[in-house]
Design a protein around this ligand. Structure first.
Ligand SMILES: C[S@@+](CC[C@H](N)C(=O)[O-])C[C@H]1O[C@@H](n2cnc3c(N)ncnc32)[C@H](O)[C@@H]1O
Length: 232
């Protein structure tokens, strides 16, 4: 199998797929709240009761619609000086931010090499990991960017993780994540991690397969191939 580097993957039609849903709003039936099981704004507001300022990072934010909606609400509540939001996406296809909103920054960059300038109360990656090459490295990086009690939430199909020459049961893979403090909810295919941490998976990344076909979302996704560096 011909595995792709990050650079080659980012040029692939699977990642540039125009049929992808990049426009989720904050709430509603096609919204982040439904995907996450909570409204990100509620989390930010509740943390403002004990913190002077709060930050939200949305990885693979698509058009940034959910962040834009949230930032408008934050501005209308007069909380712009205490809330900061960052959105990162490979494709510079962002919706327009109203000129009077100053708490949101949308950046066109790859999440594989983008570096943050702050720690976050909330980091989300809604249906973005499906298209990333080294998914486990992004999970490790994101959890290291959390504040001590910050939360990371993402969608992940464990079938998109492949272990060269080994057929690992999904319970084994979710156990590997759990050992590092990352919980995978099998039914909803959702990842959750609370609290900043340094993760070291016993794996070496080999490359990405963009011909994996559709995953549970129905859209073509990317398989990430690893080699185990210790026996299990
Ligand atoms: C299915 S869309 C989801 C967008 C948004 N989270 C939403 O729910 O509306 C996946 C997004 O991941 C982005 N993406 C894929 N690989 C990426 C990478 N390496 N770095 C940044 N964004 C990436 C794509 O450009 C796309 O906008």
């Amino acid at each position: 199998m011909n595995l792709l580097s990050d650079e080659a993957l980012e040029l692939s039609g699977v990642v540039a797929n125009c049929r992808m849903n990049r426009e989720r709003s904050l709430t509603g039936s096609n919204g982040y709240s439904k995907e996450l099981g909570f409204n990100p704004l509620d989390l930010l507001r509740s943390r403002l009761r004990t913190s002077r300022s709060v930050n939200w990072l949305d990885l693979c934010c698509g058009t940034g619609s959910a962040l834009i909606e949230a930032s408008q609400q934050i501005a209308s509540e007069g909380l712009e000086n205490v809330v900061h939001m960052d959105g990162i996406d490979l494709v510079d296809f962002f919706s327009k931010i109203s000129p009077d909103v100053h708490c949101l920054q949308l950046t066109a960059a790859s999440v594989t090499n983008w570096e943050p300038e702050r720690h976050y109360d909330l980091i989300t990656c809604i249906h973005g990991l499906h298209y990333v090459g080294d998914k486990l490295r992004l999970i490790s990086r994101a959890t290291s960017w959390l504040k001590d009690d910050g939360e990371f939430h993402a969608n992940l199909d464990l079938d998109n993780l492949k272990f060269q020459g080994r057929k690992l049961r999904s319970q084994t893979v979710s156990g590997m994540l759990q050992q590092q403090g990352v919980i995978h909810e099998a039914r909803k295919k959702r990842l959750r991690c609370v609290g900043s941490r340094t993760i070291a998976f016993p794996l070496r990344y080999l490359g990405a397969d963009d011909e994996a076909g559709p995953n549970y979302t129905g859209q073509p996704a990317v398989n990430s191939h690893y080699e185990l560096t210790e026996s299990r």
